[in-house]
Design a protein around this ligand. Structure first.
Ligand code: LUZ
Ligand code: MOS
Length: 771
């Protein structure tokens, strides 16, 4: 797309926080991290560091002028540690110097003594100890207890899913510039400008109007900057106001990996009951979420797990309980899917196991229980415009499921050292913030006298392309060339009270607000045009491709000629608009409501080949049918779908986050943490957007795309499990992710590990535990 951010990226001209021209007198901030997972602070002496060359200040909690609190949902997280440290990497002090090297050199001079306290890393252990961040939540539908004995098969199992590092290309960072009257302007790499603004105001004891936060673009976020960009921006602002100088704080990759939270690991127990005909009659599940040392967004993420605990299926009797477990690792946070993937992963395990017990394929069981129009979710909402069955059938026919099945089965009969696995993975994902209040967006649109258009919204561009959707909205409403439109940076001065750009809602909420603002201006343009043309009825004026029509006939007016006339007549060429998603609500006392505006649906067919001698594997194909409605910008939607799929595959296959027993992250480098590269993307990756569908609740009838495709990656996990099952048909395979080649190998030979030298018998090695 010419003239787009992509153009700037490929030329290296896109500016991120660390690329901004450095202001005069800039100070560099570096953070002193807690070296231990849990301890009480016995001594914190900054004297020597303060007197280190070129150091301007060393700030600790004691220097904070306002309230030392950054918690968004629960007030349980200090910006700088106060009496205890609760995870390795927790910020304890910040050093400000006129060079980064000087600041780093001074770090070693800060004297920090802690007395170690017992660290808990395992969420189940935390739950036993009563270390819950919020009270457990339970979603119920029907009554599971009466049902078990009516089932032909009742199975129980445990499922483990791992953490995931966001690995945005641009690490966390901010540049803070002190302003007049004690205020501050901050350029932050955040998904949540208002969240950053609110916390800075609190930390510094300022009114929010004293704090401006601006975001041009982020080099990726994936949820990692929904809540966790805040601390770094607040530290920079704190430094800037304390020293009266510009302050830059940008984390190094290694620091970013250690200091910031990740996707939550979950440990879960399920019980599933299925009739002889293959209908799931009851499902019970307990989720133990490893929240880390502070709430961050964990309670909301926990809630989204419950909302997605039955995946794309209708289950008449459900009891799902979730525990938000406090542990001594960095607070885990939002990550594309926001707990939904963890919930869906478990029901797929239950179906996989139940299918084996019934002697049918998982696909047969999945299909029999697939959501259809009018089915009720455990939270009481009914599935409407439910395209789950259409996507499922379309995926099966478009990608020749039956013949692929036959080919895979034949391959497995004819090969002993290679096995193929096939899976179908339906996705159903609720669109809206589950916290109803966040479902609002706003826009500010200006038309300049030369006919160019400036659009500001609450949406943050993080590489996902929301900017092109908003640009398209303005161009469509005005019917002008998109080259006339510019989508501006996101600033709390231009658009206030923004929700984070998250929950796949950025384009829906802010695009709708843009549409409303443009419509308001358009109405005025039509009135002026009618006047200029000496016609009666502004309703008969139309703009089509920059030409002004009256009653369908071309007139002498064009966009370029009309706009200056509007100005001359002293009519407002600007509009501000607000959009709030209608109809949604949720009653937490009953755990029932209609929390989502709509659901996104689709199905993936996944095929893998496992080398059963080595444990290595290839993802042969991921072929998707996805219901998107009419796409607003197809390249953007395809980019989101492909990226999400590969990221989902990475979560459950390659990406393994490990901590030592002392709570040190042992996978804090790119040599120990593997993300998918081009060689690990599926050899064939096809995404077909369902045609002829409409979503009256979405932006120009389209559907949100940011998160749902990630969950197709779950299908690759179960394809791998199917391949292993083909090698060991009798085994009861553990469901533990990520399914790294190492784990594949261990699972292939789990019954013979004693014979194989070099492998520990215990599935968890001594040095590393995965919480
Ligand atoms: N953030 C949030 C999210 O605050 N609430 C949500 O429901 C959500 N869902 C997905 C991603 N981020
Ligand atoms: Mo998010 S997981 O920031 O939509």
């Amino acid at each position: 797309m010419k003239g787009s951010d992509l153009d700037l990226h490929s030329r290296g001209q896109a500016r991120f926080v660390d690329d901004l021209p450095e202001p005069e007198g800039l100070l560099h901030a570096v953070v002193l991290p807690s070296p231990v997972a849990h301890g009480s602070i016995k001594r914190l002496d900054t004297e020597k560091a303060r007197h280190s060359p070129r150091v301007r200040a060393v700030l600790t909690a004691a220097d904070i002028p306002g309230t030392n609190q950054i918690g968004t949902l629960v007030a349980d997280e200090p910006l700088l540690a106060e009496n205890t440290v609760d995870f390795v990497g927790q910020p304890v002090a910040v050093v400000l110097a006129d060079s980064e090297a000087a600041a780093r050199a001074a770090l070693a001079l800060v004297e920090l003594q802690t007395e170690e306290l017992p660290a808990v890393l395992d969420p189940r252990r935390a739950q036993e100890l009563g270390e819950l961040i919020v009270a457990p939540r339970t979603f119920c539908l029907g009554e599971v207890e009466d049902i078990w004995e009516k089932c032909a098969v009742v199975l129980e199992g445990t499922v483990e899913s791992g953490a995931q590092e966001h690995l945005y290309l641009e690490t966390q960072g901010a540049l803070a510039l002190p302003g007049e009257w004690g205020g501050v302007r901050v350029i932050s790499s955040t998904q949540s400008p208002t969240g950053v603004q609110r916390v800075i105001a609190r930390i510094l004891g300022l009114a929010m109007h004293q704090v401006e936060v601006e975001v041009t673009r982020l080099g990726g976020a994936f949820g990692g900057k929904e809540d966790q960009a805040t601390a770094w921006a607040a530290l920079a602002a704190f430094g800037a106001v304390s020293c009266g100088a510009a302050v830059k704080l940008v984390l190094h990759r290694h620091e970013d990996m250690v200091y910031t939270g990740k996707r939550h690991p979950y440990s879960s127990d399920y019980r599933i009951g299925v009739s002889a005909e293959g209908k799931v009659l009851a499902y019970q599940v307990e989720f133990y979420q490893n929240a880390g040392a502070a709430a961050d967004l964990s309670p909301a993420i926990l809630e989204r797990t419950l909302f997605h605990c039955t995946g794309s299926y209708f289950v008449p009797n459900v009891r799902a309980t979730a525990y938000c477990c406090r542990t001594n690792i960095a607070p885990n946070t939002a990550f594309r899917g926001f707990g939904g993937p963890q919930g869906m992963f478990v029901i797929e395990a239950a179906l996989f196991k139940a299918a084996a017990a019934l002697g049918v394929s998982p696909a047969e069981l999945q299909e029999k229980n697939l959501l259809k129009e009018g089915d009720t979710f455990p939270y009481g909402m009914a599935a409407t415009r439910c395209s789950a069955p259409i996507c499922w059938q379309e995926a099966k026919s478009r990608y020749d499921y039956e013949s692929t099945r036959a080919r895979v089965d034949a391959f497995n009969r004819n090969n002993t050292l290679h096995k193929k696995g096939l899976s179908l993975m339906p996705v159903c994902f609720g669109i809206s913030f589950t916290n109803t209040v966040l479902n609002q967006g706003a826009a500010l649109v200006h038309v300049y006298t030369d006919g160019s258009v400036s659009v500001s919204t609450g949406a943050v561009e993080m590489g996902q392309g929301v900017k092109y959707k908003i640009l398209e909205v303005a161009a469509r409403v005005f019917s002008i060339d998109s080259k006339r439109v510019k989508v501006e940076s996101t600033s709390t001065l231009r658009v206030a009270n923004t929700s984070p750009t998250a929950a796949s809602t950025g384009a829906d909420l802010n695009g709708k607000a843009t549409e409303i603002a443009c419509q308001a201006i358009l109405k005025r343009l039509k009135e002026v045009a009618a006047g200029e043309l000496e016609k009666e009825d502004p309703g008969k004026v139309e703009i089509r491709q920059e030409q002004i029509l009256y009653d369908g006939e071309r007139t002498s007016l064009s966009w370029e000629r009309l706009i200056p006339r509007v100005y001359t007549r002293r009519v407002n060429l600007s509009a501000q608009a607000h959009y709030a998603t209608p109809g949604i609500y949720f009653d937490k006392t009953k755990e029932k409501g209609e929390p989502f505006s709509y659901h996104a649906y689709g199905t993936a067919l996944c095929e893998v080949t496992v080398d059963c001698l080595r444990g290595t594997y290839e993802v042969d194909a991921v072929s998707v049918v996805h219901d998107l409605g009419p796409s607003l910008v197809p390249q953007v939607d395809l980019g989101q779908a492909e990226g999400g799929i590969v990221q989902g595959i990475g979560w459950l296959t390659l990406e393994e986050v490990l901590y030592s027993e002392q709570g040190q992250l042992t996978t804090a480098t790119l040599s120990t943490y593997k993300v998918p590269d081009i060689y690990h993307t599926p050899k064939e990756l096809e995404v077909h957007f369902l045609e002829d569908t409409e979503n009256p609740l979405g932006l120009f009838h389209s559907k949100a795309i940011g998160e749902p495709p990630l969950m197709y990656g779950i299908g690759v996990y179960y394809a791998l499990l199917a391949a292993i099952q083909a090698f060991r048909p009798e085994a009861d395979l553990p469901v533990t992710a990520p399914m790294t080649p190492e784990r594949v190998l261990m699972t292939l030979y789990a019954d013979r590990l004693g014979e194989l030298r070099g492998f520990a018998k215990k599935p968890r090695s001594k040095r590393s535990v995965s919480p």
